[in-house]
Design a protein around this ligand. Structure first.
Ligand SMILES: NC(=O)c1ccc[n+]([C@@H]2O[C@H](COP(=O)([O-])OP(=O)(O)OC[C@H]3O[C@@H](n4cnc5c(N)ncnc54)[C@H](O)[C@@H]3O)[C@@H](O)[C@H]2O)c1
Length: 364
């Protein structure tokens, strides 16, 4: 049985200890997490497992629904034999019939990597649209106390310069026909569904739009920029950039994002939308690669620029992405705690820890 790395354990412990008072309503209740075998949502499972072990006399029952399309069974193996945990292998694009009540729902199932969603565009549309509708129907049927929907900052597309940093009120600049549209547009429709259910049925849904969250647990073969850099670093191969390295991003360490999402999930902010990210540093892709290189130290790996054989690799790629986090800050007194260099070092440490570095493609 695989274990989670020490870095993930530390993250989860810190999240659990800080947020235990607000998460207490989960004690004795049931939480369903879709996409729980993936990078972000596995942190929700681990937080609750930690609190069941260390804080609560009445455990929270944890249900994880995932079809393992882009997630990994390894990420939940350590939970498999627990009495408070049940894994349901299921495609949430199809209705999920549950034989037990559920009070809390986190809906994170999706195909989030551009590399993978361009390979499975119809499945991506299905999980984002039908999967979200199914979870909303389940929330209505079960009279859920809260449903947290993980949307994306990609719904803003490539924002014009007047809208950077980008606030939740921005309508977006998105192609509805390009190679990314299967993801961006279906996430937009999923948000429409969420707010329609909120207006029609008062479904207690909250929407979050994460901006480039990274950290331990990402799959090394995921195709997103941080895993690509980590894979090169772990194997001491040259870091390959398939762009001119000039587009900018802001990167948010996973524990900061999870703290924000838990706070929103447990709040009364029904029908509200929140950006999730870290606005402390907007860096070019080249600068991130340099940062990873510096953390690695000598012998330095090379940074090389190449043209990707996939001609659509850079189509509709946003040039700048930076969140306006005013809403999150003012309603939750939330601040990011982990600077980029520290977060990259923790991520790299996790990938090189024994169980994380067992093989490229496993989760670190
Ligand atoms: N990580 C980020 O920076 C980021 C940014 C914006 C939005 N998001 C959103 O957050 C959520 C989690 O993203 P992640 O980075 O953890 O990605 P991930 O790929 O690691 O996790 C997604 C999980 O959903 C599962 N899944 C996919 N299709 C499914 C289906 N039809 N039925 C059941 N399970 C299915 C996958 O197997 C995987 O375990 C996604 O909704 C994603 O769109 C993430």
């Amino acid at each position: 049985m695989s274990r989670i790395t020490g870095v993930i354990q530390e993250d989860v412990q810190a999240i659990g200890e800080e947020l235990e008072p607000i998460l207490r309503p989960l004690s004795g209740a049931t939480l369903l997490v879709t996409g729980g075998s993936g990078f972000l949502c596995s942190y929700f499972l681990d937080t609750v497992a930690y609190l069941n072990d260390h804080a609560w006399a009445r455990p929270c029952r944890i249900l994880c629904a995932d079809n393992l399309k882009s997630g990994s069974s390894q990420r939940t193996e350590h939970l498999a034999c627990r009495k408070d945990f049940r894994f349901i292998e299921h495609d949430v694009s199809r209705m999920l019939d549950l034989d037990e009540p559920v009070e809390w729902i986190i809906h994170g199932a999706s195909i989030a990597s551009p590399l993978i969603y361009r390979r499975y565009p119809l499945e991506t549309i299905d999980v984002n649209v039908n999967g979200t509708r199914n979870m909303l129907d389940l929330a209505v049927k079960q009279r859920a106390r809260s449903l947290l929907y993980l949307s994306t900052s990609e719904i803003y597309g490539n924002p014009d310069s007047a809208h950077i940093p980008t606030a939740e009120g921005y309508w977006g600049n998105v192609s509805c026909t390009g190679p990314r549209a299967c993801y961006d547009e279906s996430k937009r429709l999923a948000e429409t569904l969420c707010l329609t259910y909120f207006r029609l049925f008062k479904t207690p849904v909250k929407i979050v739009r994460p901006f480039n969250v990274y950290g331990p647990g990402l799959k090394l073969d995921d195709g997103r920029i941080i895993p690509d850099l980590m894979r090169a670093a772990v194997s001491r191969q040259p870091i390959i950039l398939y762009s001119d390295g000039k587009p900018t991003r802001t990167f948010c360490y996973v524990s900061d994002a999870i703290r924000a999402m838990w706070s929103i999930m447990m709040s009364d902010q029904n029908g509200a939308i929140f950006n999730i990210g870290n606005d402390q540093e907007e860096v070019t892709i080249h600068q991130v690669a340099e940062r990873v290189r510096k953390i690695l130290g000598p012998p330095w790996v090379e940074i090389q620029q190449r043209v990707n054989q996939d001609t659509q690799y850079l189509s509709d790629n946003p040039q700048r992405r930076c969140p306006d986090l005013t809403r999150l800050r003012t309603r939750f007194q939330w601040e990011p705690k982990v600077p980029l260099t520290d977060g990259l070092a923790r991520t790299l440490q996790s990938f090189t820890q024994k169980c994380g570095a067992r093989e490229a493609g496993s989760r670190g």
